[in-house]
Design a protein around this ligand. Sequence first.
Ligand code: COI
Length: 331
Amino acid sequence: MKVFAYGIREDEKPALKDWEAKNPDVEVEYTDQLLTPETAKMAKGADSAVVYQQLDYTKETLQALADAGVKNMSLRNVGTDNIDFDAAKELGFHISNVPVYSPNAIAEHSMIQLSRLLRRTKPMDNKVAKHDLRWAPTIGREMRMQTVGIIGTGHIGRVAINILKGFGAKVIAYDKFPNPELQKEGLYVDTLDELYAQADAISLYVPGVPENVHMINKESIAKMKDGVVIVNVARGNLMDLDAVIDGLNSGKISDFAMDVYEHEVGLFNKDWSGKEFPDPKIADLIARENVLVTPHIAFYTTKAVSEMVHQSFDAAVSFAKGETPAIAVKF
Ligand code: COI
C-alpha cells in the first residue's frame, strides 16, 4: 500500500517519521510542493493522497489527481471550504479531514490574543522596546469585567468558554445548534443580534461556509457595543475586513485580533522581511497598536501538528483498504 503526501513541512517530519515507524507496511512518499493540476501526477501509483488546505482544490485539480489514478484524499486539517465537492462527487472521490486535532491550540491562541488586547501588551511592549517604562496611558482592562460573546460552540468554542470561566469573565454564546451541556448552564442567547448588543468582546469559532461569509459586516458591527473587541481565529471570509477597518477608524471597534485573512494564501507563512507587503490593508493593520495580526498560527502547536499527520495518514490507509474512516467527510 502506498500513500503520497503533498506540502509536507519540516515541522511535520518528526510526526511523519513516527507514523511510518508504526506503519511499516505502508510505503510513504512525499513532497513539499502543494497539490496542483501540475503536481497531481506525482501521486501516480499511490492508493491515497494526503494534502492540506492551502490552494483551492478545483475540478481541474481533482480531475488531475483522478487521472493519476488517485481518488482517496485525506486532508491534514479541518477546513474543507477550498474543495469543489460537486466535482469530487462526480469524480467518485473519498475525502477525509481532521475535524478535531487540538481544540486547545486554537482556543488558547484566541484567548491569549483577547488578553493581550485587553492588557494592551502591543503598545506597552513597543514602549518598553524604546526604553519608555512609564505606565500611563497604557492602562488595561480586566477579563472578569467583560461580557465575552462566543459565536460557535463546537469543540474549539467550548474550550474557549472554559478558559474564560477561569478568568471569571461573563460568557454568552450563540450557536445554530446549541450544545445541551451549555444550554443547561444558560449561556446561550437566542440570536446573534442579542449577542452583538450585549458583548464587550466577541470571538468567532464557526466555519467559513457560504452562509457565514462576511457575517461580520457593516450592519452587524453597527449592532455591537461601542468600543467592542473582536477576535477572529476561525476563517478570514467570516469578515468584511473593510467594514472592520472602518469600525477601527471610527472607534466603534476598540481592538481587533486576526489570525486568518480572506486573502491569506500567498501572503501568510512567507518571509516578507525587507520587502513591502503586497497587500496594503495588512501593512496598515500590522502597524496599528490596537490590532494584533498573526499569520494563521492558532493551530500551530506540536500536539496539533502531530495529530493532523497521524489522523490523516490513518484515514488514508483506511480509504486504501476500502473502509470508511470515522473522519470521512460526508458529501
Ligand atoms: C484548518 O485546520 O482548517 C486550519 O485552519 C489549519 C491550517 C493548516 C489550514
